[in-house]
Design a protein around this ligand. Sequence first.
Ligand SMILES: [Fe+2]
Length: 368
Amino acid sequence: MHASFSMPTSILAGEHVIQQNAAYFAKLGSRALIVSTEAARLSGALKDLDEAFASQGIEYKLYEDCIPNPTTASTLELGAIARAYAPDFIVAVGGGSAMDAGKAASVMVANPTYGIPDLYSPPYANKPIPTITVPTTAGTGSEITFYSVLLLEDRNFKKSFGDIAMAPVMAMLDPLYTASMPIKVTIDTAVDALCHCIEGYLSKANNYMCGLFTREGFRLFADCYEALRTGELTLEHREKLMMAALYGGFSINLSRTLAVHSMGYALTVDKNLPHGRANGLVLAEYVRFIHESLPEKVDEIIGLCGCPNIDDFKDYIAALLQDKTTFTPEDIDRYVAASAKESIGRKNPVDMTEDDVRRILERSLLNN
Ligand SMILES: [Fe+2]
């Protein structure tokens, strides 16, 4: 058995968590940079932060130009703005893209000469400035992970970087902030959380602690499955999905992700598919591939997710995604070329070949 656990991020979860903990921000300084997106405005988090900062005498700058799938160019732009403002701390508000961008900026502020290659070369000379994360989606896990993912324009591929020093100092989780998410985004992000849990549980890194968290993540997903399918989510469902996403984040920190994410990145870059949706499209066939060698382990997961057996799992996920994207054999060739090396190099529980990657992609994406 292998077990290890170190999560530097404090977690406060519950309704109105920002209002109830306004004094916490003042401990980090008097000048904040909020890194966010326009979509996150609907969540109500920015209004709550404005009031909390006012009550504590904290001045702040709002940057809400984060783009989906941050690029090296957008990260350098944010880094320059952040350095010019020189905040004491950063609050990243939004989904994975805003939180990933905020964490990258925290490194760049503390290390004024750093460019993109330096971000990919930890450990960092100076400790990143503190980052607080406020997720407005439930799926990414970025609220507690040590990593960010950037789209590398020169390779047209997404790649993660990070270091435990990049872990947020605090994650503030308020399920009310996820209530304004459209149902499609809710489903896509929930499926991303499910992928994090499945990949972490199956990983060859095989961390006992990861098993504890991900099994609970599967149960929470199963509890919310029907509500996701029908679109009738209560605040209790939102809370459960937020916790499932958190457990998925633990799983990433403990065991990282596997070939599902590598293949998903290729789909996102090529078809502009949301991250969780792209992963969800290849998840079932990846799981079926692993089932051929590890049937008992996979059957346990499938059962905990609320699906009767492996043969139904593809339909189980497809019923949520309702995806109409079409793919061609030429698309598959490009995705194999883009993702095979990364996919094979991850800690998949069964060794993969390029032919395996191709077979999973073909079965996932053609003749659906
Ligand atoms: Fe993910």
